[in-house]
Design a protein around this ligand. Structure first.
Ligand code: NAP
Ligand code: GLV
Length: 309
């Protein structure tokens, strides 16, 4: 029985090492060199080639190498009865909270304007936007969103969260469902997207939504690129619905060289790095789930296929 790591353009050497430290008897294979496809019982995937999973007839479970699973749910070659799980670790949650807090502070301090001014040798002082004028709204109050909301609330921000079901989190106002989306948006100046990508959430970040924020708003997208209607972001700047955006995820990744976002002053681009699980922590969860899958037990962080997350 083997555990297979599959990804395009990824160096798996540290993860392979960490997996073998955790369990020296584990048989780890790295795609595309797979000696015996029939022996693959557990696959770990990130940005994997379309339909590749159909090549492994004896899969018992599949794990994402991250928190998101849209790439696995979209793979038609994966049969419906194979459980899908994902990686959630403290490091992933902490990195995400740190990324979002930093993005919020950079916005309030006009850090990106100073960065542009430095290139031109311009000395121009701007007033820092006070915390009290910077209410943050988080779409998606799951493993990531809850941690982000808690940190921001501890820092003194007015924080709201929007999810499908109501939450009870100290210092955070909870809004739930489509009926409460407009109320949530009207309380929000800085919008953080941490929704999973599903049929319901694809394209949710559009002009109509930006119009409903406290204006002008600021967008932090750390969910998925397909949540955002990219051309609407530009219209939202033109209409002054938004004054800036910090984007970590994109419709196409890597973001193409000729994409207009690179040259937009209002947009900060990071290359999908908001939260990346360190190999040692990832190995801990993967080995546990591999063992569970081999002995027919329930998996940690199993995804509800019907819900899509
Ligand atoms: P999660 O634990 O599954 O939480 C998802 C949250 O979204 C839940 O609160 C859920 O509501 C809410 N939700 C789902 N569909 C909704 C809808 N139609 N309307 C309103 N709320 C809805 O997910 P997570 O672990 O926090 O991760 C969220 C996403 O972040 C991932 O899917 C991934 O795309 C992204 N991510 C990005 C990075 C990065 O480096 N950029 C790193 C990690 C994760 P309920 O609680 O009511 O079910
Ligand atoms: C990263 O995007 C993740 O889903 O963990």
């Amino acid at each position: 029985m083997s555990l297979l790591l599959i990804a395009k353009n990824r160096d798996f050497s540290s993860l392979e090492k960490a997996l073998l430290v955790k369990d020296p008897n584990l048989d780890v294979e790295i795609w595309p060199r797979v000696e015996n496809k029939e022996r693959v019982h557990f696959a770990v995937c990130w940005n994997h080639p379309e339909k590749v999973l159909g090549n492994y007839p004896n899969l018992r479970a599949v794990s994402s190498l991250g928190a998101g699973v849209n790439h696995l749910l979209d793979d038609e070659s994966l049969s419906d009865d194979i459980p899908i799980c994902r990686l959630i670790t403290d490091a992933l949650q902490d990195q995400m909270a740190e990324y979002v807090l930093n993005s919020v502070v950079n916005y309030r301090l006009h850090i990106w304007d100073y960065y542009e001014n430095k290139k031109k040798g311009v000395w121009e002082q701007k007033s820092t936007i006070p915390i009290k004028y910077s209410p943050v709204g988080i779409m998606g109050m799951g493993e990531m969103g809850t941690n982000v909301a808690t940190l921001l609330a501890q820092q003194g921000y007015a924080v709201s969260g929007w999810s499908r079901s109501k939450k009870d989190i100290e210092g955070v106002t909870s809004y739930a469902g489509n009926n409460e989306l407009n109320d949530f948006l009207s309380e929000t100046k800085i919008l953080v997207n941490l929704l999973p990508l599903t049929d319901e959430t694809e394209g949710i970040l559009d002009l109509d939504l930006f119009k409903k924020l406290k204006q002008p708003g600021y967008l932090i997208n750390v969910g998925r690129g397909d949540h955002l209607v990219e051309e609407d972001l530009i219209y939202a700047f033109d209409m002054d619905y938004l004054e800036g955006a910090c984007l970590d995820v994109f419709e196409e990744e890597p973001l193409p060289n000729n994409h207009s976002f690179w040259n937009r002053k209002q947009i900060m681009v990071t290359p999908h790095i908001a939260a990346i699980t360190p190999a040692r922590e990832a190995a801990k969860v993967l080995v546990e789930n591999y063992k569970r899958a081999m002995s027919g037990m329930d998996l940690l962080y199993e995804v509800d296929r019907e819900r899509g997350y």
